[in-house]
Design a binder for this molecule. Sequence first.
Ligand code: ADP
Ligand code: ASP
Ligand code: MG
Length: 516
Amino acid sequence: MRHITNPLRDGAERGKASVATSDHYPARVLQPHLVSGSPRANAHKTLQVMKFGGSSVNDAACITKVAEIIKNAVLDSDVVVVVSAMRGVTDLLIESATESEAGNQHRVTAIFQEVRQRHESAATALIHAAEKREKIAHGIDELIRDAESVCREILRQRKLTPRMCDSISGLGERLSAPLVAAALEERGLRSQAIEATELIVTDSCYGSAEPYMDLTRERCEARLRPLLMQGIIPVVTGFVAATVDGVRTTLGRNSSDYSGTIMGAALDADEVTLWTDVDGILTSDPRLVPSASSILEMSYREASDLAKLGAKVLHPKTLHALMQSGIPLSIRNTFAPDRPGTKITPDGSSNAAGVRAVTAICDSALITVRASSVLEVPDTLRRTLAIAAAIPFQVRLVPQSSSSKSAICIVVSSNHAESAFDALRGEFAHDLEHEKLKHITLHPSVAVIALVGRNLRNAGDIVERVTAALYRDTLKVFGIAQPSSGSNISFVVAQQDVKLALTIVHRELQLDEHVR
Ligand code: ADP
Ligand code: ASP
Ligand code: MG
């Protein structure tokens, strides 16, 4: 039994009993829904938080599907909606900021034209009443003008700070939320678009801010509960938040998933659902492994590992917000809402040892530090890991070749490769000169293929089977990492081999045999 420490900045207990569990995460504490001491707004109804990703709100046709899903859900639940920007819009907005810094006014103008056009045409298709349509069009215009003026300032100063970038990159969510709210009103529902800057309070780490949960809970309660009590569906902007002083922040790229779970935890929801463009979490990325199959149920731990090891379907921080409460998280397909998708619960469905899914972290580099003899290894390892600790390194490997007992291998993300390589060369300059170290090499483009599951150390000869299967197809394995937790095993291959390697591993472990 061990106590779970709070992964967020401040307390999440709010009068709930402290949770101890024999597994990794707490079971949901069953008790009446008391939020900040007050009974749930609509005590007979459950509360659902539904987050819709970029592909779900991509255009008017998608938003129509979203509105239908919400309309069905409100028949028996209170619903808080969280929305992303239309697909690709955040990339465009960040580009507008960097192009402003570079002085490329033409490109900036073209970007805002495209953003304006996409939202105006969605508004035209979604909203029939002229007055309402004009109001929304006016709102779109105002928001885009604001962003354009920030870009003009960046262009004038030729300087882009993370704070300025956050004030522009969140525009997409601020544009999509009113469209979704309007689509709900078109269906006779009452709805209101709300900026998460009013709700989620964060530190000032621009670009990857972290929430202060107690403040966030207070604000969500004060702002959203009265709306729910009046039967109004709040449509909240994902991705964005604000400091205590109201300065705009963002939670990190792809982080609307995290916004969804933050809102779920803050409101003590019964369930959070992330609506996306695939049937839940699959045994691998279906774009790379078309035979991948849906996983019906997973544990928090498995899903969290999968997200951290490259599965784009979940932002790596998504589960952080739920760990204390045990609130279930579902992943469903907006375009096939009848399918069950994946349900993620504290303990998952089974205790059976084995691999659940295989994922890949691309855009990585492999750095090998080779000592001149095995005797030099402990000191070389200690110094290498000290350097690695200062960079976000991903994994330390056991190298595969037999001549490599004296080699230490680490994988870092490509954008840290040069600086890590330089730091290691600086650290070992004297040793290289005096031949205590043979060499330091950098392989600039590798990928980590990660197997995620449960008790993998007791799950048979997985490493042998996978390595043999990869070698059969003449793929080179640079190294293997097998952490003692037994929750994952990683194989490093050349970046160009990712798709093939995933397919081979998926087939070898028979992950596509049936819906799991
Ligand atoms: P959203 O915009 O809804 O947040 P994302 O594009 O961020 O959606 O995530 C969904 C995508 O994640 C899918 O289209 C799929 O290509 C990718 N993906 C990667 N790994 C997996 C996996 N194991 N299961 C499902 N989808 C995955
Ligand atoms: N729109 C944001 C992004 O593209 C957040 C998200 O979609 O999850 O990064
Ligand atoms: Mg996403």
